[in-house]
Design a binder for this molecule. Structure first.
Ligand code: PNS
Length: 163
């Protein structure tokens, strides 16, 4: 069974990301979680912080590796001999962009397949951007992100981390 590649900005990781990674870890021999070092938008958290949050949230799984990459995902996949990208799909609105990325990656690296896991309904409304916006104004995000992430958001924005 191959390993899955779960890439993302993870700025910060949400429960939706963690769910997709956990489910991938059940279906594949292992999962390489690839954190993009320099996402197109200026990240709130550094690469080291995002990596640490993922490590903490996934420490209960023994077949996960957290790595980072810059440049094209296809180059990282080739370097690591990974042939399957796994992404989460929340809604039809995700589909168009994800389909485009999957097809571009297949064009750039024929045979690099993308598989989609449908988001659990309880996490379908979640995005890192919305979580940051809510946390910034002191809204409760403790049920939407791993505990360490809620703490880090509260610290960054100078708000309380409570539910
Ligand atoms: O969490 P995100 O922001 O949805 O992750 C997007 C990510 C990092 C997976 C995507 O932007 C990506 O693969 N970037 C690397 C650059 C690249 O390969 N671009 C062409 C993909 S079509």
């Amino acid at each position: 069974m191959p390993k899955a590649l779960c890439p993302g900005s993870f700025d910060p990781p949400t429960n939706g990301h963690i769910d997709v990674i956990e489910r991938s870890a059940r279906h594949f021999e292992g999962v390489v979680v690839a954190v993009i070092a320099n996402p197109s938008k200026q990240p709130l958290f550094s690469l080291e912080e995002r990596t640490e949050m993922l490590k903490e949230a996934l420490h209960h799984l023994d077949n996960i590796e957290i790595a980072s990459f810059d440049g094209l995902l296809v180059d990282f996949a080739k370097e690591r001999a990974l042939g399957v990208v796994v992404k989460g799909l929340r809604a039809v609105s995700d589909f168009e962009y994800e389909l485009q990325m999957a097809q571009m990656n297949d064009e750039l690296s024929p045979g690099l397949d993308t598989m989609f896991l449908t988001a659990k309904p309880e996490w379908a409304f979640l995005s890192s951007s919305l979580v940051k916006e809510v946390a910034k104004f002191g809204g409760a995000v403790a049920n939407m992100v791993p505990a360490g992430v809620a703490g880090a958001l509260a610290e960054r924005f100078g708000t309380a981390a409570g539910p």
